[in-house]
Design a protein around this ligand. Structure first.
Ligand code: HEM
Ligand SMILES: *[C@@H]1O[C@H](CO)[C@@H](O)[C@H](O)[C@H]1NC(C)=O
Ligand SMILES: *[C@@H]1O[C@H](CO)[C@@H](O)[C@H](O)[C@H]1NC(C)=O
Ligand SMILES: *[C@@H]1O[C@H](CO)[C@@H](O)[C@H](O)[C@H]1NC(C)=O
Ligand SMILES: *[C@@H]1O[C@H](CO)[C@@H](O)[C@H](O)[C@H]1NC(C)=O
Length: 528
């Protein structure tokens, strides 16, 4: 009745009024936000870069920073303001602030804090929980339960398994796919490193060895290979949050992505059933740890059991977290070694000194293969897979640090404020790293600041797979460099570029879920 009584003009005026009031409200909230952080210098933009709109829009001054901004700008935003903490304040979709931190001591206090003072902002992680709750997307007692279940699988014994699986996979690559070829061209490095890393986690985490030849065939009862299913899913993780399932049935493109989600679920379920029916001993690998959480008949232990969706959710997260990060880092390592042939030669000579008879290295050699580890570390310093690690302040607090002039400054942190541990800023902070833009693996062979190197985060929520990936990477780099040289593929369309242009082109990276190379074409030549 009331509605029919309204003229169109009145309606327009009402709508206009609501908009004005809303804008006014946002302005007030925004001013209150700035006051709450005592106007700490930083960025002021309209749209939040982590919102959906912010991801869709390109960077536009005052409107949107663009979600790649902090990877691209490295330490510069901190240097410009003379302080290793800066703020971001945005007013859309609501007034929100966050603090970005590139100071060693403040980061250390946050990651090593106790009593839930700086939890993870779980709402930023929802896409990672698509298949079920898991160790990355959880907090408090729920997280403790997951971590306790999986911890035994990341033992010294498992590292040995990782090393052996990795050497097997590399030798299988050379003996089958690359057999008889003096020169192997790879159009994009990840076409090589993603399968390597996926096979390693498959073999060492889930007792599911895959050979290079087998991998190319779609198994009976499936429409996609395991590799294609997991890659399509991990590239499109946020899609189910944006697009309802029925809409994904509308176009061929969407249908293929939806199929990948369904196929992956089927593969994971099969993996569980196969292992449950198997009599074989699996040396307490990750899958058996996850499955044996349910073994106890003790009803007191019901709280450590995993529901079906938690089981699938955790298997999924280990597959994704356990292979993309390592694969992308290895890609950047190959690119950096190709661009720095002197370092590549130094690495080769180092390997020859450790293994003079040319035998295949074992896990016991790893501690001597320091140059290989240094290359991996230096790559992660320059290309940290997780550019920013998000946290939340659960209470009103303050951070104290010194500014560029050596003056003590106090930063006020209101309860609920989002914090970003700015790993890229930390890794390029000239206070901690000499010539931060220069690739110098040998810096890790001397004295270096352990607190200023945080590719795996640290503290209780640090990466549980750190040693796993260090082991895998040392094995891949050592075996590859001992048999092949790496160079950048020459392409006629780039014949005229300078060294610096070429470097910028092939090392170009985008921060998606993890930092990824855009296109890194390589040539591997057999050493004679
Ligand atoms: C270069 C390789 C890797 C890097 C740079 C890396 C980095 C990280 C980072 C920064 C975190 C903290 C994430 C957060 O705070 O949300 C993390 C957590 C985690 N990573 Fe890794 N990771 C790597 C490899 C691996 C591997 C190989 C695995 C498993 C086999 C793995 C499994 C995990 C898990 C399960 C967590 C969550 C731990 C917890 O919250 O208790 N990661 N990783
Ligand atoms: C450091 O001191 C200089 C000179 O007094 C001043 O211009 C500059 O703003 C100071 N920087 C910071 C971060 O306070
Ligand atoms: C899913 O990921 C693949 C591989 O990156 C991509 O080609 C495809 O466009 C994505 N699908 C959708 C619906 O965005
Ligand atoms: C483990 O136990 C829980 C709770 O009893 C049950 O819901 C779940 O289905 C079990 N999972 C497996 C894999 O057996
Ligand atoms: C590489 O970094 C890790 C810490 O992430 C450290 O334990 C290891 O010693 C480093 N390796 C070298 C050769 O510096």
């Amino acid at each position: 009745m009331i509605v029919t009584g309204l003229s169109l003009e009145t309606l327009a005026i009402l709508v206009g009024l609501v908009c004005v009031l809303r804008a006014f409200q946002l302005c007030l909230d925004f001013r209150r936000l700035l006051a709450s952080i005592h106007h700490l210098p930083g960025y002021r933009t309209i749209i939040s870069a982590s919102s959906m709109l912010g991801r869709l829009f390109p960077p536009i001054p005052l409107l949107n920073l663009g979600h790649d901004h902090f990877w691209l700008s490295k330490h510069a935003p901190f240097a410009e303001r003379g302080l290793d903490i800066i703020s971001i304040a945005t007013c859309w979709p609501k007034a929100t602030g966050s603090l970005l931190i590139a100071d060693i001591n403040v980061i250390k206090d946050i990651v090593w804090s106790r009593g839930g003072r700086f939890p993870k902002p779980l709402e930023l992680y929802t896409a990672l929980a698509f298949f079920g709750k898991n160790i990355i997307v959880s907090e408090g007692s729920e997280w403790k339960r997951y971590r306790k279940i999986v911890a035994p699988a990341f033992s010294e014994r498992n590292n040995r398994l990782v090393w052996d699986a990795t050497t097997q996979i590399m030798l299988d690559l050379f003996d089958t796919m690359w057999a008889g070829q003096q020169e192997v061209v790879v159009d994009h490095s990840v076409d090589l490193t993603l399968p390597i890393a996926l096979f390693v986690i498959g073999a060492a985490g889930f007792g599911r060895p895959i050979s290079w030849k087998e991998d190319a065939v779609v198994p009976l009862g499936h429409q996609l290979t395991f590799k294609d299913a997991i890659h399509t899913v991990s590239q499109n993780l946020t899609l189910p949050l944006l697009v309802p399932r029925w809409v994904m049935g509308l176009t061929k493109h969407f249908r293929r992505t939806r199929l990948a989600f369904d196929e992956l679920h089927r593969y994971l379920t099969e993996m569980i059933h196969e292992r449950q029916g198997s009599q074989q001993e699996h040396n307490h690998d990750l899958l058996s740890s996850l499955l044996s959480a349910n073994d106890s008949n003790d009803s007191l232990k019901d709280d450590v059991k995993l529901s079906d969706s938690e089981l699938i959710g955790n298997i999924f997260i280990f597959l994704v977290a356990g292979h993309e990060t390592t694969a992308h880092t290895l890609s950047f390592s190959f690119g950096l070694l190709a661009l720095h042939p002197d370092k590549q030669e130094e690495m080769y000579q180092h390997i020859k000194r450790v293994l003079p008879d040319g035998r295949i290295p074992t896990y016991d050699d790893m501690s001597s293969l320091t140059y290989s580890s240094a290359v991996f570390n230096e790559t992660m310093r320059m290309f940290p897979p997780a550019s920013v690690v998000p946290k939340l302040s659960a209470e009103d607090t303050t951070f104290t640090l010194t500014d560029a002039n050596g003056t003590m400054k106090t930063v006020v942190v209101p309860k609920g404020m989002e914090l970003g541990l700015h790993i890229t800023g930390l890794h390029y902070n000239p206070k901690y790293w000499e010539d931060p833009f220069v690739f110098k693996p040998e810096r890790f062979l001397g004295d270096w600041s352990r607190d200023a190197f945080l590719p795996f985060s640290a503290g209780s929520r640090g990466c549980v797979g750190r040693k796993f990936s260090e082991t895998e990477a040392a094995a891949v780099l050592t075996i590859l460099i001992s048999r092949y040289t790496i160079s950048i593929k020459d392409e006629p369309e780039f014949a005229g570029e300078t060294y610096e242009q070429r470097k910028a082109r092939v090392l170009d990276a985008r921060s998606k879920i993890t930092l990824s190379p855009t296109r890194l074409p390589l040539v591997f030549r057999r050493r004679t």
